[in-house]
Design a protein around this ligand. Structure first.
Ligand code: GUN
Length: 287
């Protein structure tokens, strides 16, 4: 099933797939409009970190492009914890706000755990609230984190069913590693979570039909480790002098894998698309 000799793996086009997801969301937004509902996403940006400002601007633009309302809240870096919690309380109460995203990282004086816990779980479109995480662990319905959802959608789009496959996740973060492992488990994969203290990462990765690289370190997954015919999803977004690079040695891995997602243009565009999808879910009346 691997890439035939001398042929590169199929490159997973995250940009095209994300576009398709956004198109689906646009249709859902149009259907909600007929019921008198316009989904609204509030983004909260504290301080003046330039990278965070760009991320938030992209989220706001993507929102408007699918017909959602974008409510941008910009607060100075001097904002206190109490002030930020009051803003979250206000957004929790607003009927026109269906999703709330507090851009991370917050300035050092603010406690992101406390802030995220203050978001109503019904509006937790980032899927980071402990209630959302608990629901994921329990296999109960709830909002799931966007990047892990994007990873699962990429697998679905290339026709890789996790059922019965060996999946190795490299990285154990709350944002990606742990939740993507649970989503793979939910889809009946046999899942191994690896991290910096895994004793033989090469052997673990080499046993995998599906590799999810989310270590946050360039070259963390060597191309020669990849089993022939595996599917490789690279979640790494590492800014280096050479530009944005993933965690996987792409060229070498692409010679062995059947499918591989590039950086940029793989998982990256999926995160915002799944945020929009979560916001549409949060705005859809249940029951
Ligand atoms: N900063 C980097 N990634 C994320 C994310 O997924 N959600 C939020 N809120 N902030 C981030």
């Amino acid at each position: 099933m691997g890439a035939p000799e001398g042929q590169e793996a199929r490159r997973i086009d995250g940009k095209a797939i994300a576009k398709r997801v956004r198109e689906e969301v646009r249709e859902r937004v149009a259907a909600l409009a007929k019921r008198g509902i316009q989904p609204g996403l509030a983004t909260v940006l504290v301080g003046d970190d330039p990278a965070s400002a760009i991320y938030v601007r992209n989220k706001e633009k993507a929102c408007r492009e699918v017909g959602m309302e974008s409510i941008g809240v910009k607060l100075p870096g001097s904002t206190t914890q109490a002030e930020l919690l009051a803003v979250v309380d206000d957004l929790n109460r607003r009927a026109d706000v269906h999703g709330i995203l507090v851009q991370l990282p917050l300035p050092v004086d603010l406690d992101s755990n406390v802030v995220i816990e203050r978001i109503s779980p019904a509006k937790d479109v980032d899927g980071l609230h402990p209630v959302s995480q608990g629901r994921l662990l329990a296999g109960a319905p709830g909002l799931r984190p966007c990047t892990p959802l994007g990873v699962m959608r990429l697998l679905d789009e290339v026709g890789v069913d996790p059922r019965g496959r060996r999946a190795v996740v490299v990285g154990r973060s709350l944002l990606v590693g742990k939740p993507v492992a649970l989503l793979l488990l939910e889809r009946h994969a046999t899942v191994t979570i690896c991290h910096t203290r895994t004793s033989d990462l090469a052997a673990e990765v080499g046993s995998a039909d599906i590799v999810i690289a989310a270590a946050g370190k360039p070259g963390a997954v060597r191309g020669e480790w990849i089993r022939a015919g595996a599917t490789v999803i690279d979640v790494g977004t590492n800014r280096t002098e050479a530009g944005l690079v993933g965690d996987v040695e792409y060229e070498a891995a692409a010679r062995r894998a059947a499918h591989i997602s590039p950086v940029p243009g793989g998982v990256g565009p999926m995160t915002i698309a799944m945020l929009l999808s979560n916001t549409a879910d949060a705005a859809t009346p249940h029951g």
